[in-house]
Design a protein around this ligand. Structure first.
Ligand SMILES: [Zn+2]
Length: 242
């Protein structure tokens, strides 16, 4: 059966003498593999269209009972050249791509989230995109933290954030593991809603604090696999220590 889908290229590697295999996340948030025959020849029609991170429309043939398809056409819709020309933002993009490859059950909406996040990076946003991506991923996975109200009593007077309890806490309900975060909750709330400019309002030490809280939240609620993100990202973005 021939299929035509928008996709983001997650990975590309050499296969036999002249071909490549690409792993992609399709518009319906499925991860599939396709063989690009002859892609390593300089005359290949696939050329740069199957480079990782690219947002590409692919046409491929796949048999009912196979899990690998054969690529027929690939046309880049957005190569994200701005972010690829900036090592810092490129590293963050690799982090997002890595999560999309590793997350055990890709949820509906993952493709749209990845595409939006790469677009934000391409426009010049930096680590705030990682926070936005993770908060949105928690939402897709059904483990979204409560941010603007106390998870225990519903009060709006929240100052603390507790990872195991699933979000913000007021001074009365706070448990021992809760972290004092004050107005950083407002920044988290804005980022969750896609208002990335909120990041400009906080100082660098608070940026690190927010990144750490969001990653730890993910490790607790999505699984230990996410801790490897620390090895994927350079330490100036995400510290190695826990
Ligand atoms: Zn409370």
């Amino acid at each position: 059966m021939i299929k035509r889908k928008d996709a983001i290229i997650l990975k590309s590697f050499d296969y036999r003498n002249t071909s490549k295999i690409i792993h992609v996340l399709t518009e319906d948030s499925q991860r599939i593999s396709v063989i690009a025959k002859g892609a390593r020849r300089t005359t290949s029609r696939f050329g740069g269209n199957i480079e990782p991170i690219n947002f590409t429309q692919i046409v491929y043939y796949i048999k009912e009972d196979r899990d690998i398809g054969i690529l027929k056409e690939a046309n880049t819709l957005e190569p994200f050249l701005n972010l690829k020309n900036d090592l810092y933002r490129l590293n963050i993009a690799w982090g997002l791509i890595w999560i999309a490859k590793k997350i055990p059950d890709p949820q509906d909406g993952l493709f749209g989230l990845l595409e939006r996040s790469l677009t934000f990076l391409n426009r010049g946003f930096e680590e705030e995109v990682l926070v936005y991506f993770l908060l949105s991923l928690f939402h897709l996975s059904g483990v979204s933290p409560k941010i603007n109200r106390c998870v225990m009593c519903g009060s709006k007077e929240v100052k603390f954030f507790d990872i195991p309890s699933g979000g913000a806490q007021c001074a009365e309900c706070r448990v021992d593991s809760a972290i004092l975060v004050n107005s950083l909750l407002l920044v988290l709330y804005d980022l969750k809603k896609g208002r990335l400019r909120a990041w400009e309002e906080i100082v660098e030490s608070d940026e690190k604090k927010v990144l750490e809280i969001v990653l730890e939240y993910g490790i607790y609620h999505l699984g230990e696999w996410l801790n490897r993100l620390r090895d994927i990202l350079p330490s100036r973005i995400m510290p190695k220590e826990r």
